[in-house]
Ligand binder design. Structure first.
Ligand SMILES: [Zn+2]
Length: 295
């Protein structure tokens, strides 16, 4: 098999690592050897895992380069993970170098939501728009900004970290070290925390959403409140970035009730010209970050 268009891609998240060989062509993309495994807790184990998978893949058809999407703040030029809120051991780690010491391959890393944005722009619903904000809402909230068709990185590659917009000056503590961040109020984890705070009981976000749909009062209260908080962030994004579209993925994006309610509330509250912003759910699925890493 010719390996010149094959990229070994990884999507490293707080709970799982997805990997696969991405083959890009004029027609689109193909994914081979897709795998999902739990994320090891320390950096050494993560790096060893990537090296081991790369060595296996070399015997098995080969690849041209390794591309990695990671949740957190990334210096993509140096290949350093500055901070990854859900993998605490990845702090100021030169990931690229640490891998290349063990296996001499072409390695690049990038923030996972920026990978998602690249995949959306090439193959997803973002194809129709030039100015787009991307949000992934799962355990936390990640974001990316596309301006006139290109990723906007800002001075230090952290542009689009909407999850850490302060929405309460003396709010809940966040993994980033600040307080009152948006992701403490509108993420999957936030839904579970709010339920626990209000009713003293632990319940999974997807069960809360399900029971809210069935009309259970407690669950409805949590979902409504979360949608309100979600709307606050959307208003801030629309009023500051003024995108044509906001494209959303992640587990919370599957909760139509929250998205619909937040969308309605947000568009009522934004400046009048921002009210035609399209708020869209991505249809690329779980492999989007992997595809974007491949791109
Ligand atoms: Zn934060």
């Amino acid at each position: 098999m010719k390996n010149d268009k094959r990229v070994l891609a990884f999507d490293i998240g707080g709970t799982k690592i997805a990997s696969g060989i991405i083959k890009l062509s004029e027609k689109g993309y193909e994914i081979f050897d897709y795998q999902k495994i739990p994320t090891p807790k320390n950096k050494k184990a993560i790096i060893n895992l990537i090296v081991e998978m790369a060595l296996n893949q070399k015997k098995n058809g080969g690849f041209k380069k390794i591309r990695i999407g990671i949740a957190g703040q990334i210096d993509n030029k140096k290949g350093t993970v500055i901070f990854s809120p859900n993998i605490k051991d990845l702090k100021n780690v030169n990931f690229k170098k640490d891998i290349q010491v063990k296996i001499s391959e072409d390695v690049e890393i990038e923030n996972d939501v920026k990978c998602f944005a690249l995949a959306e722009r090439k193959f997803g619903k973002a194809r129709k728009y030039d100015n787009v904000v991307f949000l992934t809402i799962g355990t936390g909230i990640g974001g990316a900004i596309q301006v006139a068709g290109n990723l906007y990185r800002g001075a230090n590659n952290i542009a689009g970290e909407f999850g850490h917009m302060t929405i309460f000056s003396e709010g809940k503590k966040c993994e980033c070290g600040k307080v009152g961040c948006w992701e403490q109020y509108a993420s999957g984890r936030a839904i579970e925390n709010l339920y626990d705070e209000l009713f003293g009981k632990q319940k999974k976000a997807k069960d809360i959403a399900l029971d809210s749909k069935k009309g259970l009062k407690k669950d409805m209260k949590v979902i409504k409140q979360t949608a309100e908080y979600f709307a606050v962030g959307l208003v801030n994004i629309i009023n500051t970035v003024n995108p044509e579209a906001i494209i959303i993925s992640g587990s919370v994006s599957k909760q139509k009730e929250i998205i619909d309610l937040a969308k309605k509330r947000a568009l009522q509250k934004t400046l009048i010209p921002g009210r035609n912003t399209k708020i869209i759910i991505s249809d690329l699925g779980d492999e989007a970050i992997l595809i974007g890493a491949g791109l």
